[in-house]
Design a protein around this ligand. Sequence first.
Ligand code: BG6
Ligand code: MG
Length: 216
Amino acid sequence: MAKIKGIIFDLDGVITDTAEYHYLGWQKLADEEGLEFDRKFNEKFRGVSRMKCLDMLLEENNRKVTAKEREELAERKNNYYQKYLENITKDNLLEGIEKILNTVKNNGYKMAIASASKNTEIVVKKLNIREMFDTISDGYSVKNTKPAPDLFLHTAEKLNLKPEECVVFEDAKAGIDAALAANMTAVGIGPEERVGHAHFRFDSVKDIELEKILSE
Ligand code: BG6
Ligand code: MG
């Protein structure tokens, strides 16, 4: 195994619990539109781009829309999501993540965020963690979104590292698929049925045992 030199963090559900706000945004949209939607279905949206999520929601409900309506629906959901973002501060960092970020930084690893979200810069700024990272990749960085490996490969390139020198922290099935496809060490945060295919898995961020991952 190559020596690990860089750590790539997903944002929503790993650094902060904006995953909940994404859910609330979709639920509001679905209710207004009379579309069936619940928390269970929302699990499929983790790590998946906004447009893909919308298409899944519409398909599940057999709802056909025009291209213009599709744009309007996605924009409406994003407006709801951004309304929730107004209130986030450093207090919205997930329990245990600050310690991990500091440890990784103090041990000289390169650090990046790689998120499917087009709201990444807004969230990172609000959390006041921008200066910790060498680079940030987001929903604008590559065309093929997770589970394709592209976002992580693009991030490794920006860090000037080989894929096998990188560890990825992810809470999404699509994110673990992407990290494995990129030939990186994958660390899953969440239940077995969601991220059990990662190299390491922890129930939540506060349970992460960094020494275990980095001593491999
Ligand atoms: C991911 C979330 O980080 O970003 C997904 O896990 C979300 O649930 C995706 O759909 C896209 O986010 P945004 O902010 O571009 O709508
Ligand atoms: Mg996530």
